[in-house]
Design a protein around this ligand. Structure first.
Ligand code: PRP
Ligand code: MN
Ligand code: MG
Length: 178
């Protein structure tokens, strides 16, 4: 598995520090707002579990599974809800936790859905952002790192469902997917 990685972009320790900083900021900004923190499965599962430990205020969590990439390295542009939320977002301060924003299609669709369900506010926190690849205008409120336009895996991010368990974020060797 490690042989398929061209280079490590951010180590486990780098990410731990960044997640801690994001958590401190979110702790301040969401104090007294009882946020509903929504993990976008599958990619965000590791970031979510590390991040909520660094948000030191009362909050609730829920999970939503969506997919637009399937087995490909390119977004299909069609976002499918595979598992919906268990609770209502009506009147809630929602914090969406994503691993990465690429084209922005997944999130712009989700924000639309949550606003239509009358969330009081919808805020986006992403660990990684690839603004160079945006197909729709979308700016996360909180972000960890801006990434170059390379196919990255690890820390929850997959290629064809593999590599999510790598503790760092790295660039996949092109020969692995070409
Ligand atoms: C990936 C990633 C984001 C989305 C970002 O999810 O986890 O959710 O794509 O891409 P976009 O900005 O171009 O929409 P994916 O659809 O691969 O599902 P997964 O999280 O289960 O891997
Ligand atoms: Mn995802
Ligand atoms: Mg994926």
């Amino acid at each position: 598995m490690l042989n398929d990685i061209e280079k490590v972009l951010y180590s486990e320790e780098d990410i731990r520090q960044k997640v801690k900083e994001l958590g401190e900021q979110l702790t301040k900004d969401f104090a007294g707002r009882n946020p509903l923190v929504i993990c976008i499965l599958k990619g965000a599962f590791i970031f979510m579990s590390d991040l909520v430990k660094e948000i030191k205020i009362p909050l609730e969590i829920d999970f939503m599974a969506v997919s637009s990439y399937g087995q490909s390295t390119k977004s299909s542009g069609v976002v499918k809800i595979i598992k919906d939320l268990d609770v209502s977002v009506e009147g809630r301060n929602v914090l969406i936790v994503e691993d990465i924003i690429d084209s922005g299609l997944t999130l712009s669709y989700l924000i639309d859905v949550l606003e239509h369900r009358n969330a009081a506010s919808v805020t986006v926190a992403t660990l990684f952002d690839k603004p160079a690849r945006r197909a729709v205008e979308l700016q996360p409120h909180y972000k960890g790192y801006t990434l170059p336009d390379e196919f990255v895996v690890g820390y929850g991010l997959d290629y064809a469902e593999k590599y999510r368990n790598l503790p760092f974020i790295g660039v996949l060797k092109p020969e692995v997917y070409s």
